[in-house]
Write a protein that binds this ligand. Structure first.
Ligand code: FAD
Length: 695
């Protein structure tokens, strides 16, 4: 066997745990609906009381089209909302959006023939469904899905179901768009009728948005034909009602000023802390690992004691960001809301199926600062929608042109890294677009997403403190009017500077609300939660490990080496610990340079570090080149000693090149064909001997 007994036991335990969690549908439920519970509570709806019967739900709310989404980072959810809106405004469909997780599918065979189901499905990781689509996927992919009517799969039980499908994937992964491809296959097998082509968006090629836009036009034409729908002049209809509450003061106890949910509002943060409920954690230490010309890298230590949050080496921590004040100001100004920013507003869905993506009552300022991804790239579709609200006819013409012309949009907007407010500002020369309804902004801008970091400390060494290693994103591009500042990493940098009492805590004038809503983050706190991962050291420390982590990809390997060094110091037998690291220059961005020397002392000859400094040699050297130089030894360790192999960092290029190098090494060492070597690597992945933590 490829694994020793102990590992098998651990793997089985992990698997059982995973399945148990999956069936609850909550395991590593990421970012899906950070406000779900609080919202249900705020709206007085007990979560359990909601019906899981989609057919009944559609009937009750008088809908004839449901757009289901399987979403991990919010993009699929955003596309689903856009399809729902468009179906309604252009074709008069009575649409609703539905989280796949919220419904059961055993009555899908009763889905009425005159209604339409749209599936927007992201593929996650190694061809897996997103967390919220796990149960749905299990249902449709099972050999004999059990329908409550008792129909069997042979009877083509879904013959009444008319559906449309779009997938979100990344062609740099092997299982490209496998979710939409498989669901389409299974639905067809069960007799369902697809209308139009199943669309596929490719994040790897950076064409997701354009793929989506190109797919939906012929799809709508096919839907219109099938259901005999007439296209009408699309009139914007708001999804949310915004009521200004003059009776409430922003300091009133019930007003959310950025608190993520009711517990936080009431002042007592209560666990369990998870993707719906962050822990406001103290930052106990923070410093810069390096500061180069226009790049810096942060190390932060975050205290989780007393929170009941736990982690094990290899897990991820999610950081909930706050938008930079500079961008919040720009956004509010461009919408003509500067003077009203602290006015209390109540936000309500005009339709019972519309979910407000943040708690209310709140203020414009709080919504924009804490809940909207206002700095993200602006979509062409949103630009074509806002065009009708331009301050002048001339600006409207230009915005309409941008919305309608893919290449023009690319050169004027995408290529210049503009966010929505920056674009509006350029188009109108700073004059506010007062006619844009705030509801459109809630609909059109995705809700802010927590960002993940591979924990760079060992839970064995410091179980109550989580370390983060993060490069501060700052991108200046020739021709772009603004420097693109990463939302979360610049917020973390500002926190670090504040902690050090930096006289100029905000060198970029980003102006963060460091102390948080009602000063609840004062004393340097940051909202976080932990996501457990399957990126784990072998349970037996004597097993050899090979780790490849250039740049910040080294983060989890600092944790791995820290752990093995501690085990060695404690007298345990620790196996070969090989690390491949790469950066630009030894004296510039060599992360944890001093620490590796200490680990070397603790682990002795068993710790081998290979380094590549790409800017120091005439020819650029990368980690995969270093691996090539010792491919025989690596292949031998993998085969004869069943070494564990780990890759962390850049998903698109590096991880692929490393995979390729391993394949080459194995083919040469075992004297087998490339195909065979690829097969072997696949099996190593399947048995967890080869693990990736890439982004
Ligand atoms: P964002 O604001 O999210 O921007 C990120 C990028 O998006 C920009 O660089 C740019 O390319 C693009 N972008 C944003 N806005 C625009 C715009 N208006 N126009 C055009 N393009 C735009 N990072 C680490 O440093 N260390 C880690 O250990 C680490 N571990 C990770 C583990 C996992 C599992 C994952 C998924 C990611 C990990 N990351 C890690 C990446 C991290 O989560 C963040 O993506 C990263 O820190 C950037 O976040 P940000 O909010 O600062 O930048």
């Amino acid at each position: 066997s490829d694994l020793d007994t102990l590992d098998v036991v651990v793997l089985v335990a992990l698997l059982v745990g995973t399945v148990a969690y999956f069936t609850k549908g909550t395991y590593w439920a990421v970012q899906r609906d950070p406000y779900g519970d609080s919202l249900a509570a705020a709206n007085g709806i007990a979560k359990s009381a909601k019906s899981r019967n989609i057919i009944q739900k559609m009937e009750e709310s008088d809908k004839n089209c449901v757009v289901f989404y399987g979403s991990q980072t919010g993009t699929a959810e955003d596309y689903a909302s856009r399809l729902a809106k468009e179906g309604h405004s252009r074709f008069g469909l009575k649409t609703m959006v539905a989280d796949l997780e919220d419904y059961d599918y055993d009555n899908l065979d009763e889905f009425p023939e005159d209604k339409l189901a749209i599936f927007v499905l992201a593929t996650y990781g190694e061809g897996e469904p997103t967390d919220n689509a796990v149960e749905f996927y299990e249902f449709v992919s099972s050999d004999e899905p059990s329908f409550s009517s008792g129909q069997s799969a042979d009877e083509r039980p879904l013959r009444q179901l008319n559906y449309v499908a779009f997938g979100l994937g990344n062609n740099t992964y092997e299982h490209y768009n496998s979710m939409v491809r498989n669901v389409d296959k299974y639905l067809t097998k069960l007799g369902a009728q697809r209308i139009g082509k199943a669309g596929e968006g490719d994040d790897g090629a950076g064409t997701m948005e354009e793929d989506f836009l190109a797919w939906k036009e012929p799809m709508w034409a096919a839907v219109a034909e099938k259901f005999g729908l007439e296209e009408r002049e699309a009139v914007y209809e708001p999804v949310f009602e915004i009521t200004e509450r003059d009776d409430l003061d922003p300091e009133s106890d019930e007003v959310y000023l950025g608190e993520p949910n009711k517990n936080h509002l009431e002042g007592s943060q209560k666990g369990p802390f998870n993707q719906n409920n962050p822990f406001i954690a103290p930052i106990v230490e923070s410093y810069e690992l390096f500061t180069a010309k226009d790049r810096n890298c942060l190390h932060m230590e975050i205290q989780i004691s007393g929170s009941n949050l736990t982690y094990t080496t290899g897990d991820h921590i999610a950081v909930w960001p706050t938008n930079a004040g500079k961008e919040v100001d720009r956004f509010l100004h461009m919408l003509g809301l500067s003077e009203k920013r602290h006015k209390v507003i109540a936000v309500k869905g005009l339709d019972p199926t519309a979910k407000v993506p943040f708690p209310s009552p709140t203020t414009y300022d709080a919504v924009v600062r804490y809940h909207m991804e206002i700095c993200a790239p602006v979509s062409r579709q949103l630009v074509s929608t806002v065009a009708q609200f331009a301050p002048t006819e001339e600006i409207k013409t230009e915005a309409t042109k941008l919305g309608g012309d893919k290449d023009y949009f690319y050169s004027k907007v995408t290529d210049r890294n503009l966010n929505l407010a920056q674009l509006l500002e350029i188009l109108s020369n700073g004059e506010p677009w007062r006619k844009i309804p705030f509801s459109l902004m809630i609909e059109g801008i995705v809700k802010i997403q927590p960002r993940y970091y591979s924990i760079s400390s060992s839970s064995l060494v410091q179980k109550d403190k989580i370390a983060i290693t993060a490069v501060v994103e700052s991108i200046s591009k020739p021709g772009a009017p603004h420097i693109l500042k990463g939302v979360t990493t610049n917020y973390l940098l500002a926190l670090k500077q504040k902690q050090h009492g930096d006289p100029d805590p905000d060198p970029h004038g980003l102006n963060y609300a460091i102390t948080g809503p009602r000063n609840k983050y004062d004393g340097i706190h940051v909202p976080v939660h932990v996501r457990h991962s399957s990126f784990k050291l072998p349970s037996d420390p004597s097993k050899p490990v090979i780790m490849v982590g250039p740049g910040t990809g080294v983060a989890p390997f600092r944790a791995f080496v820290q752990e093995r060094a501690a085990q060695a110091k404690a007298g345990q037998k620790v196996g070969k610990t090989i690390l491949f690291f790469g950066c630009r220059r030894r004296n510039e961005d060599f992360l944890y340079a001093k620490e590796w020397e200490q680990y070397k002392k603790d682990l002795g000859d068993n710790f081998i570090m290979h380094t590549a400094f790409s800017r120091e040699t005439p020819k650029k050297v990368y980690v995969q080149d270093l691996m090539k130089d010792c491919q025989e030894e690596l292949s031998r360790l993998l085969q004869e000693e069943k070494a564990y192999f780990y890759v962390c960092g850049d998903a698109s290029n590096m991880a692929r090149a490393v995979n390729d190098q391993v394949v080459q090494g194995i083919a040469a060492f075992r004297n087998v064909s490339r195909e065979k070597a690829e097969e072997i690597v696949k099996m190593m992945r399947a048995s967890n001997q080869y693990q990736e933590d890439v982004w």
